[in-house]
Design a protein around this ligand. Structure first.
Ligand SMILES: [Zn+2]
Ligand SMILES: [Zn+2]
Length: 207
């Protein structure tokens, strides 16, 4: 039995990365372009504001800018890893064209395409997972890696258990859903019941 080159857990499949680390690495790679774009949005407003204070013409000092700028440069590591994979597979150095976001998309797609080979045999897999993980962590401290709309919080579930105590779990209306359902007691509240639900919640809150 071999061990995962990243988390060092025993791996019965004999791969260089275990299933868990492979899944994590794949998800992190997929999220990188959106995070990179998000960092660009953070950077843009201050670059547009060139007036500075007191009409001196210098940009206002915003310490996050330098950090965000450096953070974006860290994404170069993705190209470096794709080149390393090409090297190891005796392929030509990847040619990336377009703006930085397009090149990042291409590099991510390239690494994902090589993933079966990477996890099957490549000894560099552990370091790749380590560096991409670190890049993802650093970027996550500034931008949300998964900015999907979150549900709307409704209140506490007013359903009563058989012993008369209230459920009290937080009810959330998920985006695109039309029925509020309790994740805990699985009571569901279709729109027809919402008026009554609000009364029950208000009464419980007041109690
Ligand atoms: Zn692992
Ligand atoms: Zn409930």
């Amino acid at each position: 039995m071999t061990t995962c080159t990243h988390c060092h857990a025993p791996d019965p499949t004999g791969s260089t990365l275990c299933v868990h680390c492979t899944t994590t690495l794949t998800r992190q790679l997929q999220q990188l372009p959106r995070m990179y774009a998000g960092l660009g949005l953070l950077l843009a407003p201050s670059m547009a504001t060139g007036q500075g204070r007191g009409g001196k013409g210098g940009p206002a000092p915003l310490p996050i800018d330098g950090d965000t700028f450096d953070l974006r440069r860290e994404f170069d590591t993705v190209y470096a890893w794709l080149s390393a994979v090409h090297d190891a597979r005796r392929m030509r150095t990847p040619r990336l064209a377009g703006d930085t976001l397009t090149r990042l998309h291409t590099a991510v797609a390239g690494l994902l395409a090589h993933m079966p080979w990477i996890v099957a045999t490549w000894p560099g897999a552990g370091d790749l997972a380590g560096e991409i993980g670190e890049l993802h962590r650093n970027a996550s401290s500034v931008v949300d890696p998964d900015p999907r709309p979150r549900g709307r919080r409704i209140g506490h579930c007013p359903a009563a258990h058989t012993d008369g105590s209230l459920c009290g779990a937080v009810l959330t209306l998920q985006p695109g859903e039309t029925v509020v359902s309790c994740p805990w007691c699985s009571a569901s509240y279709p729109p027809a019941l919402w008026a009554g639900l609000k009364q029950l919640i208000d009464a419980d809150t007041a109690a």
